[in-house]
Design a binder for this molecule. Structure first.
Ligand code: 13P
Length: 250
């Protein structure tokens, strides 16, 4: 059985003091043994403080992005090596905001996934179609292309890979996917993972993301092919995020 994984993507929110007070509360709410993987993705600036606070807790630390090169002349970027040094265990690769607002392409995202894996961390590869692509009946074609490129440098071993299916039109809009549509896509993703990685594909966790809230979390987290949630807006409040995490318990 796949262990559920619930991830808080804070995006560009919270100062260091705000991050500290959030985490103090979240640590209390999550308890010692949540029975699932709970991950928080602060901004780069709050990672050192968060790393310190999360030692000895069941909450893991992740980053929202990373550059695939270990070091070099890449002004404004942060490398996977630098993140490893901080105790980061998960790195999001190819979030739709990176793809659409910052022009990241499939090839770069494939390199990120490979670099994260090579440093023993877990890549969370985000995939998802826009509304136009869905309306044109191209949702699966787009997601399949993103999976293909994202996993293109992994060889036969996906290691800890996590996939987050986040339809672009559901992100930050308050309009979540229909659970049946999320299940249909997660099941297609699972089929693809099985074809690509054989039996190891069955161990890969597939999350749903896009307007997940405490009141709809259980609908998504109880779907047979959905193993967790990637949460934006609702993750900014520790109480709401903890409620979503509790809804993922099996
Ligand atoms: P919202 O939960 O705010 O829709 O954001 C989803 C997301 O982008 C998580 O990565």
């Amino acid at each position: 059985m796949r262990r559920p994984i619930v991830v808080a993507n804070w995006k560009m929110h919270k100062t260091v003091p705000e991050a500290r007070s959030y985490l103090r509360r979240l640590i209390e709410l999550v308890g010692r043994d949540p029975g699932l993987d709970v991950v928080v993705l602060p901004s780069f600036t709050a990672l050192p403080a968060a790393a310190e606070m999360l030692v000895g807790t069941p909450i893991a630390l992740g980053a929202q992005n990373a550059h695939p090169e270990a070091s070099g002349a890449f002004t404004g970027e942060v490398s996977v090596v630098q993140l490893t040094d901080l105790g980061v265990r998960y790195v999001v690769c190819g979030h739709s905001e990176r793809r659409h607002l910052f022009g990241e392409d499939d090839a770069l995202i494939g390199r990120k996934v490979q670099a994260v894996t090579a440093h023993g961390q877990v890549p969370i590869l985000c995939v998802g179609e826009t509304l136009d692509e869905r309306r044109a009946g191209r949702a699966w074609e787009v997601v399949a292309r993103q999976l293909e490129a994202g996993a293109s440098e992994l060889g036969d071993d996906p290691r800890g890979l996590v996939i987050a299916y986040e339809p672009v039109w559901a992100i930050g809009t308050g309009v979540a996917a229909q659970p049946a549509d999320a299940q249909a896509m997660a099941s297609q993703v699972r089929g693809w993972l099985r074809d690509r990685f054989g039996a190891k594909g069955d161990e890969i966790r597939v999350q749903y993301g896009g307007s997940v809230k405490p009141d709809n979390a259980r609908e998504f987290l109880s779907l047979p092919d959905v193993d967790g949630a990637l949460v934006g807006g609702a993750s900014l409040d520790p109480g709401a995020f903890a409620a979503i995490a509790h809804a993922a318990r099996r």
